[in-house]
Ligand binder design. Structure first.
Ligand SMILES: [Zn+2]
Length: 104
């Protein structure tokens, strides 16, 4: 979708997008999916697609409450995070430019 001279991927959420139409810097970003808080640790995880203007999409995982050295997840949280990462990874592959796609 072309807006203000910038071509945004279909998944780009304008409120999250930081691409500057003048400098071309920044990154497209999807709406973040939040998993958690994990019942025992209270850990919250956030995942989204990001894509610099000259690159392919990637999956960004962040920890809003601070990045832990390790993560222990209960079954429900592990399955939720796994599903989110699988979905975002598939979307990143689907919308990658042809040269950035894995050949296998
Ligand atoms: Zn965008």
């Amino acid at each position: 979708m072309m807006i203000g001279g910038i071509e945004h991927p279909s998944w780009c959420e304008r409120r999250e997008c930081t691409v500057d139409p003048h400098s071309g810097r920044g990154a497209h970003a999807s709406r973040p999916v939040v998993v958690g808080p994990e019942p025992r640790s209270g850990l919250t995880m956030r995942a989204r697609l990001v894509q610099p203007p000259a690159g392919g999409p990637e999956v960004e995982v962040s920890f809003p409450g601070g990045q832990p050295a390790g993560v222990v997840l209960g079954a429900e949280c592990a399955r939720a995070l796994g599903w989110v990462l699988l979905s975002l990874g598939r979307e990143a592959e689907r919308s990658a430019p042809p040269l950035a796609r894995p050949t296998a």
